[in-house]
Write a protein that binds this ligand. Structure first.
Ligand code: SF4
Length: 417
C-alpha cells in the first residue's frame, strides 16, 4: 500500500506526513488495520525500540471543579459519583507515588482539579515534590494543575518539576462546544508558558467526543507545532453524570487508527495511551503497544484501570520491556531540543526550534484567562445539561465498562500499582 510505505519512510526519517496522509490513515478499512499497525510499529521501534514508559497518576485534589469541561467527571455540575477530596498532604501523595514507582513507573503525574493553581497551591505542590524526590531522587515528576499564571511555571521548574501537562484535547474549531469556561487559546498559552519555562511539555487529546477526522488531525498537528514532548491520547470515558455520557462511538479498530495517525505525525515524540485504554481498546490493548511507547500504570484520576500487574504482564507477553529509570525516553535529537529550550530560558532568551514561545517574558501573545461566568448560573446550566444527557443516554450508559476509582489516593485502600 503506497500510503503506508510513504508514511513509514517519512516516519523513519523523523518527517511529518501531510494532512491528507494523516486523514487517509483514519479512513483505512478494517482489512488494512494490521498493515497500519505494522507500519506505525516500524516507526515506533525506530525511535523507541521495544521500551514502554510507565507513568503513574496521583490525584492530589479530586472533584468540585468550577470549570465545565463536558468530558470530565470532576466538572461543575457533574453527577458522577467519584471520590471528592481536597489537597492530599505531601506525605500522603508521596506514599501513593512510591507505590507507582515500586510498580515500575518512571514518571509520577501530580494532578489537581481546578481552573488553575493559586500561589499557595504551587507551595503545596513544591512540598509534595520534595517529599517524593526525597524518597526517590530519580523519579520524573510531571505536574498538571490547569491554567498557569505568570511565573508559576518558573516556580514549578525551580522546585524540581520535570514536565507540565496541559492537554489541548480537541481542535480549536470544536473547543467551544466542549468547554465554555475557558478557551483553546488559554490552553495553548499554558502549554507555551510551561515550555517557555524549560519544563517538558506534555499535551495531548481526547478522542471520542463526537469530533470529525479533520478535528483529530487538526489537534494532532497543533500539538506537533507546539513542540509537545509527550502526547497522551485519551479515549473518552463516558462517565454517567456528565454531558458526554452517551458518547460511545469508539471501536478498538478506530482507537488503533487514531494511535497510528498520532504516531505518524509525531514519529519521534512520546505517544502515550492514556485514559480509556481498557474501556475502548479492551482485548486489543497489546496491539496499541506496537504504536505507542508509553502508558499509565494502574488507575486513572477518577476511574479504575486494570490491575497494575496486568499492565506489566501485558507488556511482557507482547514482547516489550518496561523502560528503566536510567534510560532516556526521547531520541537524542529531541532531548537536545528540550535541553536547548531550558538553556535558552535560563539565559533569558526565548523560543525553541520546535515551537513558538509564549512564556510570560513578552516574546509571544500572553492571552489572559477567560472570565469565569457567574457561578450559580453556570451550576444550574451545567446541572440541566447533565440531566438532558442522562435522559438522552438511556441504555447507552455502560456502567459495566466504567468503574469509578475507590482505592489509592484519597482512600484508605492501597493504590493499584
Ligand atoms: S479544568 Fe480539569 S478538573 Fe476541571 S472540569 Fe476541566 S478537565 Fe476537569
Amino acid at each position: 500500500m503506497d500510503l503506508l510505505d510513504t508514511l513509514t519512510a517519512k516516519g523513519l526519517r523523523g518527517e511529518v506526513p501531510t494532512r491528507e496522509e494523516a486523514l487517509a490513515v483514519l479512513a483505512t478499512t478494517d482489512d488494512e488495520l494490521l498493515d497500519v499497525v505494522a507500519a506505525a510499529g516500524k516507526v515506533r521501534r525506530r525511535w523507541f525500540g521495544r521500551r514502554v514508559k510507565l507513568n503513574y497518576l496521583v490525584n492530589l485534589k479530586s472533584g468540585l471543579c468550577p470549570e465545565d469541561c463536558s468530558y470530565c467527571s470532576q466538572r461543575l455540575g457533574s453527577k458522577a459519583e467519584i471520590l471528592k477530596y481536597t489537597w492530599l498532604k505531601p506525605d500522603q501523595a508521596a506514599d501513593a507515588a512510591r507505590a507507582g514507582v515500586a510498580g515500575g513507573a518512571k514518571r509520577v503525574c501530580l494532578v489537581a482539579s481546578g481552573r488553575g493553581p493559586t500561589d499557595r497551591d504551587i507551595d503545596r505542590v513544591t512540598d509534595t515534590m520534595a517529599a517524593i524526590k526525597e524518597a526517590d531522587p530519580a523519579v520524573e515528576i510531571c505536574v498538571c494543575l490547569g491554567l498557569l499564571s505568570d511565573n508559576q511555571a518558573e516556580r514549578l521548574k525551580a522546585a524540581g518539576a520535570d514536565a507540565y501537562n496541559h492537554n489541548l484535547n480537541t481542535s480549536e474549531n470544536t473547543y467551544g462546544q466542549i468547554t465554555k469556561t475557558h478557551t483553546y487559546a488559554d490552553r495553548v498559552d499554558t502549554v507555551q508558558k510551561a515550555h517557555g519555562a524549560g519544563l517538558s511539555a506534555c499535551s495531548g487529546l481526547i478522542a471520542g467526543m463526537g469530533e470529525s477526522d479533520e478535528d483529530l488531525v487538526d489537534v494532532v498537528f497543533a500539538l506537533r507545532e507546539l513542540g509537545s514532548d509527550s502526547v497522551p491520547v485519551n479515549f473518552l470515558i463516558p462517565f454517567e453524570g456528565t454531558p458526554l455520557a452517551k458518547e460511545w462511538n469508539l471501536t478498538p479498530q478506530r482507537c488503533l487508527r487514531i494511535l497510528a495517525m498520532v504516531r505518524f505525525v509525531n514519529p519521534d515524540t512520546e505517544v502515550r495511551i492514556a485514559g480509556g485504554r481498557e474501556v475502548h481498546l479492551r482485548s486489543m490493548q497489546p496491539l496499541g503497544l506496537h504504536i505507542a511507547n508509553s502508558i499509565f500504570l494502574g488507575d486513572y484520576l477518577t476511574s479504575e484501570g486494570q490491575a497494575g500487574q496486568a499492565d506489566l504482564d501485558m507488556i511482557k507477553d507482547a514482547g516489550f520491556e518496561v523502560e528503566g529509570a536510567g534510560e532516556a525516553t526521547l531520541p537524542r535529537h529531541r532531548a537536545d531540543l528540550a535541553e536547548a529550550a531550558a538553556a535558552a530560558h535560563a539565559g533569558g532568551s526565548c523560543g525553541t526550534a520546535a515551537s513558538a514561545c509564549g512564556s510570560g517574558g513578552g516574546c509571544g501573545p500572553c492571552g489572559g484567562h477567560a472570565h469565569a461566568p457567574d457561578a450559580s448560573a453556570s451550576e444550574a446550566s451545567a446541572a440541566q445539561e447533565v440531566q438532558e444527557a442522562q435522559e438522552d443516554a438511556g441504555d447507552e450508559l455502560r456502567s459495566d465498562l466504567v468503574k469509578v476509582r475507590r482505592r489509592g489516593a484519597g482512600t484508605e485502600l492501597a493504590p493499584n500499582a
